[in-house]
Design a protein around this ligand. Structure first.
Ligand SMILES: [Zn+2]
Length: 260
């Protein structure tokens, strides 16, 4: 059981592209499916939130290709906007055209329909947790492909870990990041900190201002649990689920006991 002051944030699990948004994309159906296969953090809801109370889970209901809720709302604040991957993507993971140019009203409607409601949901979940428990840990739940995609601009010589722990300078203490890293290492995983992806998301209203909100990101290498070309779960998927639950649970328990 996770403690009641945990909120699981699952931003990239959905494959849903609403019909009203489909026409913005310049890809045919098979190309769009390939892009979804590459960019979706498949099965992360099942990996992290299995048997967790719905009140503790905030999952984006649409694909990150519709809007990416993990990005800052304004392109001026979002470094990935320079690669066509701000909150509203214009480029594919191969840095090729993904979407036709949108007018401001179209972008505004996407944000209003899909981005802001998700963040309002996260804000409510964190507010409620703080009211009840005086603290909140946001566990940002992701996965990543075993081989870097072109948009990452990754060093081809660098090797990918099995588990990446992402931290934020303000919201992730060394204790918290270390507890997650060592829990997975003790379970035999190869772990890196902030490599290949960095950061951990908290609600905008708390960002770098409220120390009661802690955050850590856990990214799982997809080859551990799925057949990457199709997204199909590997036969031992449930064993991976149990391992993630055990490692996250023991890391959280270690932090909780050291802080009291
Ligand atoms: Zn992700």
């Amino acid at each position: 059981m996770y403690p009641p002051w945990l909120v699981l944030h699952v931003p990239h699990d959905s494959l849903v592209v609403p019909d009203s948004v489909r026409s913005q994309f310049l890809l045919d159906d098979s190309e769009l499916k390939v892009e979804l296969d590459r960019m979706t953090d498949h099965h992360t809801l099942a990996l992290f939130a299995d048997q967790t109370s719905e009140a503790q889970v905030v999952r984006a209901p649409v694909s990150r290709l519709v809007v990416d809720v993990e990005r800052f709302a304004r392109d001026e604040d979002e470094p990935m906007a320079a690669r066509g991957m701000g909150a509203v993507y214009s480029l594919t993971c191969h840095l090729l055209p993904l979407r036709r140019p949108l007018v401001a009203e179209e972008r505004g409607k996407l944000m209003q329909d899909y981005y802001h409601p998700h963040h309002a949901h996260l804000e409510r979940a964190v507010d409620r947790t703080l009211e009840r428990h005086g603290r909140c840990l946001v566990l940002d739940c992701h996965s990543f492909p075993s081989k870097a995609l072109p948009y990452e601009l990754a060093d081809p010589a660098s090797t990918r870990p099995e588990i990446c722990i992402g931290s934020d300078d303000f919201h992730t203490s060394l204790l918290l990041a270390g507890a997650f890293a060592s829990a997975f290492e003790r379970a035999g995983s190869i772990v890196k900190l902030n490599d290949p992806f960095r950061g951990a998301l908290v609600p905008n209203s708390r960002f770098r201002s409220d120390k009661r909100v802690a955050a850590v990101m856990v990214e799982v290498n997809r080859q551990l649990y799925m057949y990457e070309p199709t997204g199909e779960r590997l036969p031992d998927f449930n064993r991976v689920v149990q391992k993630i639950r055990r490692c996250c649970g023991s890391a959280i328990a270690a932090c909780a006991s050291l802080q009291t």
